[in-house]
Design a protein around this ligand. Structure first.
Ligand code: 13P
Ligand code: SF4
Length: 333
């Protein structure tokens, strides 16, 4: 028997994400911020930013948070205009909750590879072959997929949503198979699972986590359940908890650890540094970067406030059907 060749782990380039995906050189950031502030007041606008947004976008937002927190803010805002510094499905969710408000997504190309893995027709076919099943979809889906769903969830409340369902019905969970594996581990419940994943989280390798652990042996791991590496890391450390992006903030605040390896999209490091000052946050890999999230810039936020474009709207027939699973999601967790 011959020895198997050892595959060397080739380090990936370590480029800070602000340089990697900065699409434009900002001529005068201070002036842009002042112009955005003035327009925000004139237009009675609120800027909602996801935790993965660029640092300079997080700084000017009225609220920075995870998908669940952003949906809750969108549901309760009094502003007439919602500028979504996030991706398309998030702006759609805000539009579903606020049919009479203007919802702006400063760059309509800001999509989501995970949302692209499932279509409404795909869910209809899935339900037809699983009669009586309840469909639970991650909020990272299009409005017409939500319209086919019984419940939505985010990574922040997926476990509680599935726990709230009657025991005697099959559960169809879409589209993220890694989040589904986390829910199955936590609830012990069998589910039929869609075969989708986010390209950013799927690409984070156990080797990326291990090489940062070797460099920072005292650091605690903060791992998002969308990560492809989570099952292998959990088999080595079964007691490890996984956290939604907002859950990472609470854990970093509560933990006695001073250093953390942040195993999710790199923008999360910005939010953690802001909310938990004095502790050190190390990105698992600087290439774990969502190019869709980084399409939103100060420049296109300013333009969208000037023109009140591009808008995100949802046809009324889809909106009314998508509203129920979203309202159920907001009521749980
Ligand atoms: P949360 O903000 O719900 O943790 O989700 C992460 C994500 O990938 C959003 O696109
Ligand atoms: Fe979608 Fe992944 Fe980007 Fe989140 S990080 S918006 S799941 S592609």
């Amino acid at each position: 028997m011959t020895d198997r060749p050892v595959t060397p782990v080739i380090p990936r380039p370590q480029t800070p994400h602000r340089d990697l995906l900065q699409l434009e050189v900002l001529p005068d950031e201070a002036q842009m911020r002042a112009d955005i502030e003035q327009l925000r007041q004139e237009k009675n606008a609120v800027i909602l930013a996801h935790n993965y947004q660029r640092p300079e976008v997080q700084v000017i937002a009225d609220f920075v948070g995870d998908s669940l927190g952003l949906s809750r803010q969108a549901a309760r805002t009094d502003a007439e205009v919602i500028v979504f510094a996030g991706v398309h499905f998030m702006a759609e969710t805000a539009a579903i909750l606020n049919p009479h408000k203007t919802v702006l997504l400063p760059d309509l190309r800001a999509g989501c590879s995970l949302a692209d893995t499932v279509t409404a027709q795909g869910v209809r076919d899935w339900k037809a072959s699983n009669p009586g099943g309840l469909v639970v979809t991650y909020v990272n889906t299009t409005a017409d997929v939500k319209a086919e769903s019984d419940y939505c969830c985010t990574s922040g409340n997926a476990v509680q949503v599935v726990q709230s369902l009657p025991q005697d019905v099959p559960v169809l969970f879409a589209p993220d198979r890694f989040l589904a594996a986390h829910v199955i581990r936590e609830t012990g419940r069998a589910m039929d699972v869609w075969d989708g994943a986010c390209h950013v989280h799927e690409a984070i390798r156990p080797e990326d986590v291990q090489s940062q652990q070797a460099a920072y042996p005292d650091a605690e791991l903060l791992i998002h359940p969308e990560c492809g590496c989570s099952s292998r890391i959990l088999s080595a450390i079964p007691e490890l908890q996984l956290y939604s992006t907002e859950g990472m903030i609470h854990r970093a605040q509560a933990s006695a650890a001073q250093e953390f390896i942040v195993v999710t999209e790199t923008g999360m490091v910005t939010r953690l540094q802001h909310d938990v000052p004095g502790k050190t946050f190390i990105p698992v890999s600087r290439t774990a970067c969502c190019e869709y999230m980084k399409m939103i810039t100060l420049g296109n936020i300013l333009e969208s406030l000037q023109n009140l474009q591009p808008r995100v709207t949802v046809p009324e027939e889809i909106r009314t059907r998508a509203l129920l699973p979203i309202e159920r999601m907001l009521a749980i967790g």
